[in-house]
Design a protein around this ligand. Structure first.
Ligand code: KIV
Length: 290
């Protein structure tokens, strides 16, 4: 088992104060969580991106709270030491502050989360404040916010022009003032990310495709390890092509079973001769008695 110490909120802020980048990946299942914990990843996000990466939908909108609870609890069992963030799915916080607090509480009580994340700017500040006042660490998410993909006109860079960038900078201030301890900036220009990071007072700024000047980086696990078949976004790097390795293994499995070269003696269990002879006698006796 892992020897590492469990990550804490002071531990994350210590990394920031020491200028050490925070590492953050998405994860949706027990075995991958185990590997990420063993690798020393600081934070895991069980993203509602699981709708796309694990369930094959074209967006995150069909993901339910029940989907999230099931996967997030599995991730916690695999990764006891990471700072675990549950991603609030579509319409579990938009309707009201109370709805937001109730669903955030489920992530903490039922999944063992350390924090929750929700999408949106100043218009979500009251949800952020309500969750934070309930004693739940909360993360804001600005820039490309996939639950609003339709309103944003697609999965594309946000804040390229000065007016839109100003809104993102102001939203970041509003979320920090409301009590967010961390803000994720997804797909905004690096200079906008740098400005927000410089202005943050007590808030950790994380980047997903927003450059190096944040306090740390987030990547979607499936993009970073060649596991999403539909496309690879520019913001991701493939650190290891697990998809190619698995494909190769699958081809070998189909070939060996087809050619009867798998399984081999070491892959099955035998039976002592006397037990087998007794079995045959018993079966023959049963047949003769019929
Ligand atoms: O659901 C998710 O994985 C996310 C990332 C895109 C940041 O919210």
């Amino acid at each position: 088992m892992s020897e590492r110490k469990r990550m804490t909120l002071p531990g994350l802020f210590k990394k920031v104060s020491e200028g050490q980048p925070i590492t953050w990946l998405t994860c949706y299942d027990y075995p991958t969580a185990y590997l990420q914990d063993q690798a020393g990843v600081d934070m895991i996000l069980v993203g509602d991106s699981l709708g796309m990466t694990m369930l094959g939908f074209d967006s995150t909108l069909p993901v339910t709270m029940e989907d999230m609870v099931r996967h997030t609890a599995a991730v916690r069992r695999g990764a006891p030491n990471v700072w675990l963030v549950g991603d609030m799915p579509y319409m579990t916080y938009q309707p009201s502050v109370e709805t937001a607090i109730r669903h955030a509480g489920r992530f903490m009580a039922e999944c063992g989360c350390d924090a929750v994340k929700l999408e949106g700017g100043a218009e979500m500040a009251d949800r952020i404040a309500g969750i934070a006042r309930s004693g739940i660490p909360v993360i804001g998410h600005l820039g490309l916010t996939p639950q609003s993909v339709s309103a944003l006109g697609g999965f594309k860079l946000q804040g390229k022009g000065a007016a839109q960038a100003r809104k993102i900078v102001e939203d970041a201030t509003a979320l920090e003032e409301a009590g967010a301890f961390c803000i994720l900036l997804e797909l905004v220009p690096d200079r906008v990310c740098e400005l927000i990071t410089e202005r943050a007072k007590h808030c950790i700024i994380m980047s997903l495709g927003a450059g190096l000047k944040a306090h740390g980086q987030l990547l979607i696990y499936h993009d970073a390890f060649g596991l999403y078949p539909k496309f690879k976004p520019r913001m991701a790097k493939v650190f290891a092509d697990a998809g190619a390795v698995i494909r190769e293994g699958l081809n070998a499995y189909v070939k060996e079973v087809t050619e009867r070269t798998f399984p081999k003696q070491e892959n099955w269990f035998g039976m002592p001769d006397e037990e087998y002879a007794e079995l045959v006698r018993m079966l023959n006796g049963d047949r003769d008695a019929r």
